[in-house]
Write a protein that binds this ligand. Structure first.
Ligand code: FAD
Length: 422
């Protein structure tokens, strides 16, 4: 690769960074991707992967591709020097179980001509005692696998002759904190899973339970009243308890505590209460940011300095950034549309038109082949489920993954999920 080409450094390989890494012109640019994990996660597929609908590895895509001339460093970006145009990184070492551990003793520096900041966000626990240590999260494929193994382990412990029925009921009580799209979708997939395991674990029939907690007075607040009503009724029919105005005080191994109900014994707490900025983004000096710490850009996605002027040759997109005065949501839809806009702007230099976001329909699956869709037309029921399932497949960006996931769905239909073989 010739070193005379402009050097583009992309920080992050999520929905924003991955699309850029695959679609920027690798003949004209010298592209380097910095990300702590060597794969990109299809986040809309994680809840299905966590409940064993298909192998979790199908919900990810490798960053390295033989036909792409991009450089990849498995590392965390830790600091940026916008004057010297360099990024400081530390290696991210792969550990058994797929987790990434930072190695601060071997830092290195990467120079850039153009920098693209897209490291996404980290889980927000609001410093709730015990949450980081004892809760299960759902942001990465290793997270999805950890949930799957925990569920399997709970089912097996609940089946032992030494486990009383009361204790089995406690073990199979799953609490989901956060009634946003991730919490709702995970709960929906859990109801499907528990429906199916009743065939392979008939002795546990009637014991599993799912409770969603949210501090807000309602869940699925982004949907119209009618759709919200349908979703809540559907959940109720399948025994999912929804506790709104529920204040989580602390989590410990095997229990959560709320202000309203005190200690609640349980088998697992899944935490899905949103995002906060990572340390790298918090460390960036002199940038204009929102109250929640998101980097503000102009409508061409160029980063703004605190004095509202453009920081030359630096772009930001994905969950980490917002356009000044726009308030766009933190979704893959926005991240992908911005990434495709930036690919076009960099591959075809000139004066690009401002970025315009197109909101597509909003979908929530609520389990039991039921769902709600808010778009040009509102839908509920099986049609919504079908649109949701095909929509999840639509997220995958390679034919290989689409084919493998479809084969997996068919196989599950015939033989049961991996976690609950028929
Ligand atoms: C379970 C789940 C389901 C979702 N479902 C939907 C959906 O159906 N529709 C939808 O529109 N949105 C959905 N979302 C939201 C969507 O996933 C996010 O909005 C999207 O991932 C944001 O893309 P991003 O590129 O900004 O960040 P991410 O996709 O989070 O990627 C960030 C990347 O940066 C890397 N990184 C982190 N820190 C550093 C660092 N210091 N240095 C270098 N690299 C770093 C990460 O490893 C990762 O590669 C879902 C999210 C979750 C968690």
């Amino acid at each position: 690769m010739s070193s005379s080409r402009p050097r583009i450094v992309i920080i992050g390989a999520g929905w924003a960074g991955y699309v850029l890494s695959q679609e920027l012109d690798d003949k004209n640019f010298d592209i380097t991707v910095i990300a702590p994990h060597q794969t990109f996660a299809y986040t809309p597929l994680l809840a299905s992967a966590a409940t064993g609908l298909f192998f979790a590895r199908l919900a990810e895509e490798p960053i390295r591709h033989a036909h792409r001339h991009t450089r990849y460093y498995r590392a965390f970006a830790t600091a940026a020097d916008f004057n010297q145009k360099t990024i400081t990184c530390i290696p991210s070492i792969l550990q058994p179980g797929g987790r990434d551990y930072p190695d601060p003793d071997h830092p290195f520096t990467v120079p850039y001509d153009t920098l693209i900041i897209a490291p996404g966000c980290v889980n927000q626990t609001f410093n709730t005692p015990g949450a980081a240590e004892h809760c299960f999260f759902l942001k990465t494929v290793p997270d999805a696998e950890a949930i799957k193994w925990k569920l399997l382990s709970l089912l097996e412990i609940a089946s032992l002759p030494t486990t009383s029925r009361e204790r089995a009921k406690e073990l199979l009580a799953i609490h989901v904190v956060g009634g946003g799209p991730t919490g709702v979708e995970l709960s929906a997939e859990l109801t499907d899973l528990f429906g199916e395991v009743s065939e392979t674990y008939p002795h546990l029939a009637g014991l599993p339970s799912i409770t969603i907690h949210d501090v807000a007075p309602e869940v699925l607040g982004m949907f119209h009243e009618k759709l919200k009503g349908h979703a809540l009724q559907s959940f109720q029919k399948r025994g999912v308890e929804i506790k709104t105005n529920s204040h989580i005080e602390k989590i410990e191994d095997g229990a959560l505590y709320t202000k309203e109900d005190g200690r609640i014994p349980c088998g697992m707490v899944a935490w899905a209460t949103g995002n906060k900025q990572c340390d790298f983004v918090e460390s960036l000096p002199g940038l204009l940011k929102t109250k929640l710490g998101r980097i503000l850009t102009d409508q061409s996605l160029r980063v703004l300095k605190s004095d509202q002027t453009v920081l030359q040759d630096v772009y930001a997109l994905g969950d980490v950034a917002d356009i000044f005065d726009k308030g766009l949501p933190t979704t893959a839809e926005v991240a992908v549309q911005k990434a495709e806009y930036l690919v076009n702007a960099l591959n075809h230099p000139g004066k690009p038109a401002p970025f315009v976001y197109t909101q597509r329909r909003m979908v929530a699956y609520v389990g039991g082949l039921d769902g709600v869709i808010m778009g040009k037309r509102d839908w509920t029921g099986e049609a919504a489920w079908l649109a949701w399932r095909s929509g999840s497949l639509g997220w995958t960006r390679s034919w290989r993954r689409k084919a493998m996931i479809m084969a997996s769905w068919t196989w599950n239909y015939i033989g049961g999920r991996e976690i609950a073989r028929k």
